[in-house]
Design a binder for this molecule. Structure first.
Ligand code: KG4
Ligand code: ZN
Length: 383
């Protein structure tokens, strides 16, 4: 089957088409995948600005769909009459997205219905104004083309993202119980997967997410947004100076995290130091990255032992961090637990992971709510 997926939960607009076949092993192929990142636009604000994110999604989503259909060889020009009722529904769905509704209707009237079996779209968690753009756009397509729509949890997407290997039809095999460590700009969660499609969040951040801590610390060091890659680039350089930062909650008996104290410690250190030269910045970046790595590794491995975890699934933008990857690989090998990381392009937000998560729900007969009842949910939680 072919699945068309959209992702607009934060600052990336993404559209993709994947082919999935169960024969009897699942075979997976990416037919088209396109993404438009707004990181540069948000850079001057040091974070994502929701109203702007929403506007950018509305501007980018239709061109991304066209590009993706073309890439998947599913775009065929053909006159196609939409009933007045469907036109009205599409206009209503997209009434808050400027000219998007009108442009979409024009596109639909000149394009043949593509050979797509299912549409999946992120409905949460994330920035609600941003989520609504993707969701309403997907609803409009589902309506116009009469295709089923599977609303998908963004975090479930991050969990399954590590199962994909580019150029490889087979997904990586998961042995249960599995544990997912999700580390992104908006979330830091340890999720226990005892049975497929059933999730228990056993630990999460009480304040800032790991990626947010990277971004805020980068800002204190005068680096650009997103800060994760900037800090990790600096941390690779050598420095003779050494600072000490705290490892918040590393010894707490639960599996929760806290990163705002770490960021505050960086703030105090930066204030105390006054002018920062490159060497001081390198030393701060290195110690900050070490502190985050230590806390993530320690808590994750404690959960691995407690729940007798067989497979460790890492996901989210921060999982692109080389030091964190290497450290996790090392401890996982020591504990004889299999660890999977996403391809770098799939560690940040993307829609391929939304397609795969939606597919698992579809083949396991998760219920698909009627279109009009599907709502974006900024605070959606895994369960
Ligand atoms: O998953 P993601 O794309 O978006 C959310 O769902 O939040 O994650 C983005 C986060 C940003 O905070 C960014 O700074 C961080 O991932 N990030 C990294 C690295 N690359 C991206 N953090 C640490 N090291 C990296 N190499
Ligand atoms: Zn994400």
């Amino acid at each position: 089957m072919k699945i068309l997926s959209f992702e607009t939960s934060c600052d990336e607009t993404a559209a993709s088409i994947v082919a999935l076949e169960k024969k009897p092993q699942i075979e997976f192929k990416i037919l088209g995948d396109n993404l438009s990142s707004q990181a540069k636009i948000h850079a001057k604000y040091g974070g994502v600005y929701p109203a702007m994110a929403k506007r950018e999604h509305a501007k980018n989503i239709l061109p991304l769909l066209v590009k993706t259909l073309k890439e998947a060889k599913l775009l065929k020009k053909e006159a196609n009459i939409l009933s007045p009722k469907i036109q009205k529904n599409i206009e209503k769905l997209l009434e808050r997205e400027g000219v998007l509704g009108k442009k979409l209707i024009k596109f639909l009237e000149t394009t043949a219905k593509p050979n797509i079996d299912l549409i999946t779209v992120t409905y949460g968690p994330g920035l609600e104004p941003a989520l609504w753009v993707g969701l309403n756009f997907a609803k409009a397509l589902a309506l116009a083309w009469d295709i089923k729509l599977m609303p998908t949890n963004h975090m479930e997407g991050h969990i399954v993202s590590s199962l994909i290997t580019f150029g490889e039809a087979r997904l990586k095999p998961v042995m249960l119980p599995a544990l997912a460590l999700l580390i992104s700009g908006g979330h830091t969660e340890l999720v226990l997967v005892k049975e497929k499609l059933t999730y228990e969040i056993i630990g999460e951040t009480r304040d800032d997410a790991a990626g947010e801590a990277f971004d805020k610390t980068a800002r204190l060091l005068g680096l650009s947004y997103p800060g994760g890659p900037e800090i990790s680039r600096l941390a690779k350089l050598k420095s003779k100076i050494k600072y000490k930062l705290p490892r918040p909650m590393i010894k707490s008996p639960d599996f929760d995290f806290s990163f705002s104290g770490l960021k505050t410690a960086v703030l105090y250190l930066v204030k105390k130091l006054g002018r920062l030269n490159k060497e001081k910045k390198i030393a701060i970046a290195r110690e900050f990255q070490d502190a985050v790595t230590d806390v993530l590794i320690y808590k994750t491995m404690r959960a691995v032992k407690k729940y007798k975890i067989k497979t460790l699934l890492i996901g989210g933008g921060v999982s692109a961090n080389e030091q964190i990857r290497k450290a996790l690989q090392k401890v996982a090998a020591r504990e004889k637990v299999t660890v999977y990381f996403p391809e770098r392009e799939l560690s940040v937000d993307n829609s391929v992971m939304i397609g795969l998560a939606g597919y698992f729900r579809f083949i396991n007969k998760s219920k698909m709510p009627p279109l009009r009842t599907i709502r974006a949910c900024g605070t959606l939680r895994l369960q």
